[in-house]
Design a protein around this ligand. Structure first.
Ligand SMILES: [Zn+2]
Ligand SMILES: [Zn+2]
Length: 399
């Protein structure tokens, strides 16, 4: 088997040749933003590009039309390494989370590793995972066995800093619907029961909770239905509410029961009924894997990037990669595409289609391919990754 420096030279030589194709793909996905579960074009473009480079494609895996799994076998036995592509956009904001870059860093790693696989032992997967933005595609794919047998799952998210990993928040998204009794708001208001009042009181209850929650807790909501007309006592009103905490245990065992109590209290106060539904699969927090992060850091530095440690005070979000990293060793590295812009802003969408965004596609593809190449060729790295995962799960169980 070739040594790692030789593999890296070959990875970067392939990426030099593939650069234009990769950037064209990144720009095309950026120009055609598709939101969660509607990523028909992006998933097909990525799958086609991988198929053209020798991968065997399974499209529509896990019953999700926009999910795919591309497979390339090396020599028999050996580990299975998965590189993940996200490609969903945000409603109204386009690629303001830069998932066109995640997609093409992942596909680029596949392009770069494809010519190496005959010399490596193991199986390379490039997995297309839809609906990261509040749909939880990876969670459905985990449940359907798409990640079974995978020894490590690798991805990189664009950011305003280069970081080997980040702590994310566990999250839940609930749709709360209140049912009242409609009435003429002037002629017979006493006959009505106001569903919108229930929503307003639920917001007030959440605000009253805020002072008595841990610092890592986030609760944020919108009114998703505010009633039909101002002269009718609203018969139906609803809200979408996201709650997050640093760990899933605290979120589900301590915070969520209180939140459900608030929703119920608002119904009681207004004489309405209510129902609470999951609006997304719950996301778990990322379980970090230090050996995978060290490998990321080595290769990000090799590409001339200064890597800074994750700063919990800088704020964080949630990702369905958290669930993957709880099930098997996972890497969620971050590469800077801007010095200041944060995800989910118009400025970040611009950065995702900038020269610096383009450079990040190639750097990210090189880093992912190099980390995968180390996993394929170095049993010691694999053992460290596996042991770190087991140790982190043990620590969590004792938690
Ligand atoms: Zn996002
Ligand atoms: Zn994102």
């Amino acid at each position: 088997m070739p040594d790692v420096p030789t593999l890296i030279d070959r990875i970067d030589a392939t990426l030099d040749r593939e650069r234009e194709a990769l950037l064209e793909l990144s720009h095309r996905i950026h120009a055609h933003p598709e939101i969660r579960f509607e990523e028909v074009q992006a998933s097909a473009w990525l799958a086609d590009a991988l198929e053209a480079r020798g991968f065997t494609l399974e499209r529509g895996v896990a019953g999700l039309p926009t999910a795919f799994r591309a497979r390339l076998e090396g020599q028999p036995a050996g580990p299975t390494v998965a590189v993940l592509c996200e490609y969903d956009a945000l409603p109204g904001l386009g690629h303001a989370c830069g998932h066109n870059l995640i997609a093409t860093m992942g596909a680029g790693a596949g392009f770069a590793l494809a010519p190496l696989m005959p010399d490596l032992t193991g199986t390379l997967l490039v997995i297309g995972t839809p609906a990261e933005e509040g749909g939880g595609g990876k969670i459905m794919m985990l449940e359907e066995g798409v990640f079974d047998g995978v020894d490590a799952a690798l991805m990189i998210h664009p950011y305003h800093q280069n970081q080997a990993g980040m702590a994310t928040l566990a999250s839940v998204k609930k749709e709360v619907v209140y049912h009242g009794v409609p009435a003429h708001a002037a002629m017979a208001p006493h006959l009505g029961r106001n569903a919108l009042d229930a929503v307003r009181l639920a917001f007030a209850g959440i605000d009253a909770m805020r002072q008595q929650v841990r610092d890592d807790v986030r609760i944020h909501a919108i009114v998703s239905d505010g009633g039909a007309a101002a002269n009718i006592i609203p018969e139906r009103a609803s809200m979408t509410c996201v709650a997050r905490a640093a760990d899933a245990r605290h979120l589900h065992e301590a915070l969520l029961p209180r939140l459900l109590g608030v929703f119920e209290g608002a119904a009681l106060m207004t004489g309405t009924t209510h129902e609470v539904q999951d609006a997304s699969h719950p996301y778990d927090e990322i379980l970090r894997n230090p050996p995978l992060e060290s490998a990321f850091e080595r290769h990000a530095r090799r590409r001339g990037r200064e890597v800074t440690p994750f700063d919990p005070a800088a704020g964080t979000g949630s990702t369905d990669m958290g669930n993957v990293s709880q099930a098997l060793p996972g890497l969620h590295g971050m590469l800077a595409i801007d010095d200041a812009a944060l995800p989910h802003t118009a400025a970040f969408a611009t950065a995702a289609r900038s020269a610096r965004g383009d450079a990040t596609v190639v750097d990210g593809a090189s880093v992912l391919a190099a980390v995968a190449a180390e996993l394929f060729s170095d049993g010691q790295v694999r053992a460290q990754v596996r042991d770190a995962f087991s140790a982190a799960k043990d620590a969590e169980a004792k938690g």
